[in-house]
Structures are given as structure tokens and as C-alpha cells.
Design a protein around this ligand. Structure first.
Ligand SMILES: C[S@@+](CC[C@H](N)C(=O)[O-])C[C@H]1O[C@@H](n2cnc3c(N)ncnc32)[C@H](O)[C@@H]1O
Length: 224
């Protein structure tokens, strides 16, 4: 399964889905072809990508089922207009800003499907602190990169341990094989940082080394 297939697989059957930052329009196309929704609102901040999406959906004869909108984030949607909102392929901090800017729209949809390219930890934290609950997560590997896809909705969540903002609680508890691979990569990266900091022999790094050691021990506990 590739990144886009993974995103689409997280969307439950619904009437209208909004694909925010549609670019090429592939997510919109897949949602319609798989019959996951009847209509897609395909949006983009920039004219070039929106035009690309229009041309592509026209080519695959799905343009009639799409409503194309130019503008930033969820500002182009009315409250309750989309049953599912997909925001994929953007930085996690940008996704948080998009949700925060149109909070009422974000809180009033049944499904938020979020796929951050970076800063997944701060996105999870934002969701928890802003009236959303993470309902499910998937991990996918493409071109040697790991991507997380988060399904969220209005609700309450709080992790008893902050490590779960960084290391997905849901995927760790699922014992997802790719998640275990990802965790081992995180452990190795941290181990390498510790070794390199130790090599410098500088005392000012002692605190950082200790912190990383404790973090790695905690992460190891999670997968015991
Ligand atoms: C890397 S593409 C991702 C395309 C597709 N969603 C995917 O996951 O493959 C990011 C797209 O988001 C658009 N974009 C960036 N900021 C945006 C915003 N605030 N609101 C809507 N679209 C935005 C860009 O113009 C670009 O087309």
C-alpha cells in the first residue's frame, strides 16, 4: 500500500469528502473511483495545482462529481458541508494551523484524515489540546520514509505519558510490524546521537545524553 492508498483506506463511506490541498487530484480521484463518497470538494491554495486537479479529473471523467475551490485550508468550506476532510501531504504545523483557523468547520465533520509530512508529534499534541480525539492511525512506508495517517474527530483525549505524542500509542498497541520497524529506527537514531555526543567529551552535552538515554529506555519498555 502506498501513501495515497493508505490515506484513502482511512476514509469511511460518506456523501461528501473535502480534499484540502488536492494538487494533482489523485486522492479525489481514488475516493470517487472506489465509491467511498459521491462528491468531492477539491481545494487548493494555489491556482496551478487546482488547475492540475481540474484537468486530471476531467481526463478521468470525474469532473462532474467535483467542486473545485481556490483558497486556504478550510476557509473555503461551510460548517457541516463535508462529512470527511482530508488534509494530506503538508507539514504537521501547517495542518494544525489550518484546523485552528477554521475550528468550527474542523469540529463539525465526522472524519478528519490527516497525513503530515513532518511534525507528527506536534500535530498529535495540537489535536489533544484542542478538542479533538485521535480515533485511529496507520503507518505506511514509501521511498524509505515512514508516514503516519491520523483519523481524528471532535472529542477528548489525553495521553498519560507524553511519549505517545511522539510514538503513536494506537500503532504501538496494535503491534503493527511497520511501527515496530519505525520504533527500532528511532532507537538507532537516538543511539547514534548519544554516541556522537559522547565522543565530543563535552560536559554540556551530559544532560542531553541522559535525556536521550531515558527516552530510549522508555521506548524500549513500550515494545517489550
Ligand atoms: C505536496 S502537495 C500534497 C498533495 C496531496 N494532498 C498529497 O497528499 O499528495 C501540497 C498541496 O497543498 C497546497 N497547499 C499548501 N498550503 C495550503 C493551504 N493553506 N490550503 C490549501 N492548500 C494548501 C499546495 O498548493 C499543494 O498543492
Amino acid at each position: 500500500m502506498n501513501r495515497l492508498e493508505c490515506i484513502v483506506s482511512m476514509v469511511e463511506k460518506c456523501r461528501t469528502a473535502a480534499d484540502i490541498g488536492t494538487d494533482h487530484g489523485y486522492v479525489a480521484e481514488m475516493l470517487l473511483k472506489e465509491g467511498i463518497c459521491d462528491k468531492v470538494i477539491a481545494t487548493d491554495l494555489n491556482e496551478g495545482p487546482l488547475k492540475r486537479a481540474m484537468e486530471h479529473l476531467s481526463r478521468v471523467k470525474l469532473k462532474d462529481k467535483c467542486d473545485f475551490r481556490l483558497g486556504s485550508g478550510l476557509t473555503v468550506l461551510k460548517e457541516g458541508e463535508a462529512d470527511a476532510i482530508i488534509i494530506a501531504g503538508m507539514g504537521g504545523d501547517l495542518i494544525s494551523t489550518i484546523l485552528e483557523t477554521s475550528k468550527d468547520v474542523a469540529l463539525n465533520t465526522d472524519q478528519l484524515i490527516l497525513q503530515p509530512m513532518t511534525a507528527v508529534e506536534s500535530l498529535r499534541r495540537y489535536l489533544a489540546e484542542s478538542g479533538f480525539a485521535i480515533l485511529d492511525e496507520k503507518i505506511v512506508k514509501e521511498y524509505n520514509h515512514y508516514y503516519f495517517v491520523i483519523k481524528a474527530k471532535k472529542g477528548f483525549m489525553k495521553y498519560d505519558d507524553p511519549i505517545f505524542y511522539e510514538i503513536s500509542k494506537i500503532l504501538t498497541e496494535k503491534r503493527d510490524p511497520l511501527m515496530l520497524e519505525y520504533i527500532n529506527k528511532v532507537l538507532d537514531t537516538n543511539k547514534n546521537i548519544i554516541t556522537n555526543l559522547e565522543k565530543t567529551g563535552k560536559v554540556e552535552y551530559n544532560e542531553k545524553i541522559e535525556k536521550l538515554r531515558k527516552k530510549n529506555n522508555k521506548i524500549k519498555e513500550l515494545i517489550k
